[in-house]
Design a protein around this ligand. Structure first.
Ligand SMILES: C[S@@+](CC[C@H](N)C(=O)[O-])C[C@H]1O[C@@H](n2cnc3c(N)ncnc32)[C@H](O)[C@@H]1O
Length: 201
């Protein structure tokens, strides 16, 4: 198992407790024989993607890792995102450039993931790997999580794991709302751990 504390976090957008859950789930998927792609929608400067890459390398796996971001920060909020605890989350916040992400991978001497720049709302099947075995969704807002779930669903392999960040975060209520609506439509249940929602496909 990857010892996550051996490596620094390149941003404050994930903490070690959450990362431990994400890496545990990714590790379990690989041990169960997952061969399809891993995706992260909302990759920012690569905080989590660096660890997923380290894990894939540790296992000697060649699963593709696709990462997605506007590289232009958060989009506009909708009513479902409104929360007195989350006033600091505004359109344009959390802007990171693709170059910052690439720099972090170069500094860590890790192979680059497949990087997709654009708004999740505009993604189509052509932007997705054919099959997905692990998905980490970290777009914070209602439309971001709803669009992410919408675009990954047709590509999910049986047994895939989907992790939704901020599922249990009162500052970002839109994430849970979008995930709950999707789970109801799909007949799936969501388990909560730390701030994450976890779904098994
Ligand atoms: C909390 S940060 C992600 C942190 C990242 N997972 C990490 O490990 O560092 C949220 C990211 O989602 C992106 N994002 C949010 N909504 C988006 C959307 N609708 N389309 C594209 N990118 C979006 C933002 O640009 C931002 O980089």
């Amino acid at each position: 198992m990857l010892n996550i504390k051996d490596f620094k976090l390149v941003s404050d957008q994930i903490d070690y407790d959450e990362l431990a859950v994400i890496i545990r789930e990714a590790d379990a998927a690989l041990k169960a024989g997952a061969e399809a792609a891993f995706v992260e929608l909302g990759c920012y400067t690569g905080t989590t993607a660096l660890f997923i890459t380290r894990l894939l390398m540790m296992h000697g796996k060649s699963n593709e890792l696709h990462v997605y971001d506007s590289f232009d920060g958060l989009p506009d909020k909708v009513a479902a995102d409104s929360s007195p605890a989350g006033e600091q989350f505004k359109a344009g916040e959390l802007r990171a450039s693709k170059q910052q992400l690439i720099k972090h991978f170069r500094q860590a001497i890790l192979p680059l993931p497949i990087i997709h720049k654009g708004w999740f709302e505009e993604l189509t099947a052509a932007d997705m790997p054919n099959k997905i075995s692990f998905a980490f969704l970290d777009g914070d807002f209602y439309t971001s999580i709803a669009s992410s779930l919408h675009v990954i669903t047709p590509h999910l392999e049986a047994g895939a794991v989907i992790l939704i960040d901020d599922y249990a975060n009162e500052a970002l209520p839109g994430a849970q709302r979008a995930a709950d609506e999707w789970a109801k439509q799909q007949g799936k249940s969501i388990k909560t751990e730390k701030s994450l929602g976890i779904v098994r496909w």
